[in-house]
Design a protein around this ligand. Structure first.
Ligand SMILES: [Zn+2]
Length: 61
């Protein structure tokens, strides 16, 4: 299985929503991240893509 946030393979899934998955590493990062984190915008973009993946290519009308 591949994490839909970091696109890395993982052993244990932390969050599973329909066919979208977030690995434990990403879950911990998302929980701990702050707006002052230099990677904050990157994670926001990843989460956006995650939701787009979750909602399908058409997105929400
Ligand atoms: Zn991940």
């Amino acid at each position: 299985m591949v994490c839909d946030l970091c696109t890395k393979a993982y052993d244990s899934v932390a969050i599973k929503i329909n066919n979208a998955h977030i690995c434990r590493e990403c879950e911990e990062k998302i929980i701990a991240i702050t707006v002052w984190d230099p990677d904050y915008q990157m994670w926001i973009n990843r989460i956006k893509r995650f939701w787009q993946h979750l909602l399908g290519e058409k997105g929400y009308a």
